[in-house]
Design a protein around this ligand. Structure first.
Ligand SMILES: *Cc1c(COP(=O)(O)O)cnc(C)c1O
Length: 419
């Protein structure tokens, strides 16, 4: 079931603190993360798999790269799945050692390959081209390969990554030749990786992918390469709707580890959950500026739009919404919850019943911790918003809101235009 929050005297509580007080203290829009939930999510997923075999969780940090959140997970013992040099550097900055980070880029430049490799971070290769280039840049280094398993899964066609013909990974029929070539090139080959997509809600595609990986592991062994790990990628979905079932992570863990242990000599399983770890830790609080009855529709106009949370506009994603200051009150009518961006595609939620929304109310957008702030933008010259971490009833700023002036920081008006 979707994560619900407690109410106290008609006010939504997050991590023991009133959402309304947070909105007043830090301004809106603001992303609010519950630290204890973050720790619990990490422990739950690690515990589910590690009871069966040696497991490493590589948090897919593109879901949420706030340094404080990275630090909490560092304390928990997490590893990192990084997709860019920027992510690698952020993680090193907060104390992850290079051996806890794996880099899985796509269409990577030579300069970035060199930079990542110079930092001592292992590269998970996405293509034959990348392998040949790395052979010149960092001969003999530790590598693994991302393969295209021919199995896809995800909440939207835009985030399915594992299907045949995808832009990601080594195509299935080239995998064995590629491992053989990597051996000839003198790489130290550690493992095999696949990532089927993001936000899948069922266990079966993971099992299908694992079948493919296991067959490959054994074919690779037959050409004299013993792999240490299988990396099953991320993609474990989270319920966004109130009655939605959650994925049976315990069942997934049991089945996956069973298959690996019965059919291979692989000792270590890596998984790369992003959404699962951060999604339900965070709500986006946004203030109602305007309420409009447009005849055929009623609108609740907020100070956060797709500049702040792009998932509804980009993927048609569902995010549950509630009024934090009228929490649990009877609903009166149906509304579209929309933002300040000048496009009709700018919405947070369609056709939701809400308890008499008025100007000044605080809308809480649930499940905003994954691909929320990290995908936000300055569109319409709106500054990036603040982020807050709540722990034990105390709220702390973990990112200041940007100022309007800061958006000019890197822009240059050529002198000649000022003459
Ligand atoms: C995005 C990504 C993930 C995480 O996906 P989630 O759906 O957030 O779990 C894991 N691995 C790779 C390589 C990715 O690109």
């Amino acid at each position: 079931m979707m994560r619900e929050f407690e109410g106290k005297d008609g006010v939504m509580m997050i991590g023991g603190k009133s959402a309304v007080e947070i909105a007043e203290e830090f301004g809106t829009p603001v992303y609010v993360t519950d630290e204890q939930r973050l720790r619990d999510n990490y422990r739950r997923i690690y515990g589910a798999f590690s009871r069966y075999m040696d497991t490493k969780i590589h948090y897919a940090c593109k879901a949420n790269t706030n340094l404080a959140i990275l630090k909490v997970l560092e304390q928990e013992g997490s590893g990192i799945d990084a997709v860019s040099i920027g992510e690698v550097k952020s993680c090193l900055k907060v104390g992850y050692t290079p051996d806890r980070i794996m880099y899985t880029g796509v269409n990577v430049s030579d300069a970035e390959l060199k930079a990542v490799s110079d930092l001592g971070v292992m590269i998970n290769l996405d293509s034959v081209s990348e392998m040949e280039r790395l052979a010149d840049i960092a001969p003999g280094s530790d590598v693994s390969f991302r393969v295209t398993p021919g199995v896809g899964s995800g909440h939207s066609a835009k985030v399915i990554t594992g299907s045949k013909g995808a832009k990601f990974g080594i195509p299935l029929d080239e995998v064995i030749n590629t491992y053989a070539r990597a051996k000839d090139l003198g790489f130290n080959i550690k493992g095999i990786h696949a990532h089927i997509g993001s936000g899948g809600q069922v266990v079966e595609p993971f099992m299908d992918m694992m079948e493919v990986l296991i067959e490959l592991v054994n074919e690779i062994k037959a050409i004299g390469i013993d792999l240490e790990f299988i990396d099953m990628g991320g993609g474990i979905g989270v319920p966004y709707k109130p009655q939605e079932e959650e994925m049976e992570v315990g069942e997934l863990a049991m089945n996956i580890t069973d298959m690996i242990q019965e059919e291979t000599d692989i000792k270590t399983l890596i998984l790369e959950p992003g959404r699962y770890i951060v999604c339900d830790t965070t709500v986006l609080l946004t203030r109602v500026n305007d309420v409009k009855d447009a005849g055929t529709k009623k609108y609740v106009g907020c100070d956060a739009g797709f500049n702040t949370l792009i998932r509804p506009a980009m993927y048609d994603s569902y995010h549950y919404v509630a009024l934090a200051n009228k929490f649990g009150r009877a609903c009166t009518d149906k509304y579209d919850v929309v933002g300040p961006i000048c496009e009709s595609g700018d919405y947070l939620a369609h056709d939701r019943v809400l308890p008499d929304p008025r100007e000044g109310d605080i809308v809480a957008v649930y499940n905003a911790g994954a691909y929320g702030f990290s995908m936000s933008s300055n569109y319409n010259s709106r500054p990036l918003c603040a982020e807050v971490l709540v722990n034990d009833g105390k709220a702390e700023l973990i990112r200041e809101a940007e100022t309007e002036e800061e958006q000019w920081r890197h822009q240059i008006i050529p002198e000649r235009l000022l003459r």
